[in-house]
Design a protein around this ligand. Structure first.
Ligand SMILES: CC(C)c1cccc2c(O)c(C(=O)O)cnc12
Length: 461
């Protein structure tokens, strides 16, 4: 049994994928070592000497957040990028009053029902810059007993002075990470982000191996139709995806912590437009969809009841009865949340991830970790005979493709923490389908038959 490794050691052991889960309190320590980082590890001085940071997120507890930074970094400039308006915006600004180093950028949300879901840290150091794209709100409960995911970038060195900094493409990676990140941030059209766009332009990001998959609110048409959302994923898989014959019988897995209104039948969006993108293979995205097995992972009410947090875990799994009752066809796609390999079967998922595993579960053709739940608001819905993609929310994720990790065909995966040379998945494969008596967690109905692990029932008002 290895003793606690320092953050930089955990980080380097997690290469080349650099995909980490957050620390879960209350499980055996062995499950909090390999490929696990806590927020204090990410912000540790061992990872870099912080000069300033920018936190994109949905929920913030500012006093708690400041305490996650090491003492010597707590007064460094901090920009919070949020989607709040009116009272919520005022409340956030009041919470920050005593912190003179905190500034705000309110992301414009012109599409009704849109939210700023994106979770990203941009950390500017004396030694360079680091980007973290993840799934946790900046509130204590999101970092306590949930399964959350993070991609942590390498330390990106500052570009030398002489090269002209004007063209953004310098210091980019084979995956166009820098350009795509700048395009994403540019979509906010916010003057408060200008300095951070320049910081990104000033750094050498050639070591980034992942592909940015973002969503930005709006109606995207023409050459912008494939810039964001599921059409972005479709375009990327069409260009860099698996070969048709190689993945013919491979299923697609979606895993998330909330579900939107997807339509009265599977053919409205889920098993047509959305699956078409997830199932896209190199050179063609027209794959007979009936042949593709879509598997969805979503916690059952018993998964939540028996979780470390008990029913209160369900307060972060907002699937409402009014939406669920209109789409019972989803039940045939559902699978349990089981994560024995990572010691997280009782740490409810707030991570969102998608992948295309082999039938043997030994490898994936690709893996995506993102803020995007299973919703049209996050991924977009085609309109006007497919000529434009309407997206309501900001989302951000990173896609792992074999070709950028030195493999032609696939990425070896495992959920066994001893397989340190593989991409460690957040859940167990193969998946366990819902049985007849299983019910998805629904957050706005009462559960009074069986108490949770703390002896409490669930009686939402
Ligand atoms: C339905 C809304 C208000 C909601 C409830 C509970 C948890 C939420 C959450 O975790 C996110 C997020 O992480 O972006 C976003 N909305 C969440």
């Amino acid at each position: 049994i290895t003793g606690p490794l320092s953050p930089d050691q955990v980080y380097s052991e997690g290469q080349p994928y650099s995909f980490f889960l957050t620390k879960v309190h209350g499980i055996e320590s062995q499950y909090n070592q390999v490929s696990v980082m806590d927020i204090k590890d990410i912000l540790s001085p061992i990872m870099g000497t912080l000069q300033a940071s920018c936190q994109f997120n949905y929920m913030f507890e500012i006093p708690w957040l400041i305490k996650q930074y090491p003492e010597q970094f707590r007064s460094k400039p901090l920009l919070l990028v949020h989607g709040f308006t009116a009272g919520n915006k005022t409340a956030l600004e009041i919470e920050a009053t005593k912190y003179s180093n905190i500034k705000f950028c309110q992301a414009r949300l012109e599409m009704i029902y849109g939210t700023h879901h994106t979770k990203m840290m941009i950390l500017l150091y004396e030694e360079g810059m680091r980007v973290v794209i993840h799934t946790s709100n900046l509130v204590e409960k999101d970092w306590y007993q949930k399964t959350q995911g993070m991609w942590i970038s390498p330390l990106f060195p500052k570009l030398k002075k002489e090269e002209n900094k004007s063209n953004y493409s310098r210091g980019d990676s084979p995956t166009n990470f820098k350009k795509d990140l700048l395009d994403y941030i540019g979509s906010y059209k916010a003057y408060q982000l200008k300095d951070w766009q320049q910081h990104i332009a000033d750094h050498d990001m050639s070591s980034a191996k992942v592909i940015i998959i973002g969503s930005s609110p709006g109606r995207h048409m023409g050459e912008n139709k494939h810039k964001f959302g599921h059409m972005r994923l479709r375009k990327v898989l069409n260009t860099h995806g698996p070969q048709k014959d190689f993945v013919k019988s491979w299923p697609v897995i979606g895993q998330y912590s909330s579900i939107g209104s997807l339509g009265a039948t599977k053919d409205v969006w889920l098993a047509t437009e959305f699956l078409q993108s997830l199932a896209t293979v190199e050179g063609s995205s027209c794959v007979p969809l009936a042949s593709i097995d879509l598997k969805l992972i979503f916690p059952t009410k018993d998964n939540v009841r028996c979780s470390l947090e008990g029913y209160p875990a369900g307060a972060s799994i907002p699937y409402s009865i009014n939406v669920a009752k209109k789409q019972t066809y989803l039940h045939s796609y559902f699978h349990h949340w089981i994560s024995k390999g990572r010691g997280r079967s009782r740490a409810m998922p707030h991570i969102k991830s998608y992948c295309r595993p082999s039938p043997s579960s030994q490898e994936v053709a690709w893996f995506l970790v993102t803020s995007a739940n299973l919703s049209k608001a996050a991924w977009g819905a085609l309109e006007k005979k497919g000529s434009q993609l309407m997206i309501r929310s900001y989302e951000l994720g990173v896609l792992f493709l074999p070709k950028f990790f030195g493999s032609k065909k696939s990425i070896p995966v495992s959920s066994d923490i001893n397989d340190t040379d593989k991409l460690l998945l957040p859940y167990d494969l193969p998946l366990k389908p819902y049985q007849k008596e299983d019910r998805p967690w629904i957050w706005d109905i009462a559960y009074k038959e069986l108490p949770d692990c703390n002896g409490n029932m669930w009686c939402p008002s």
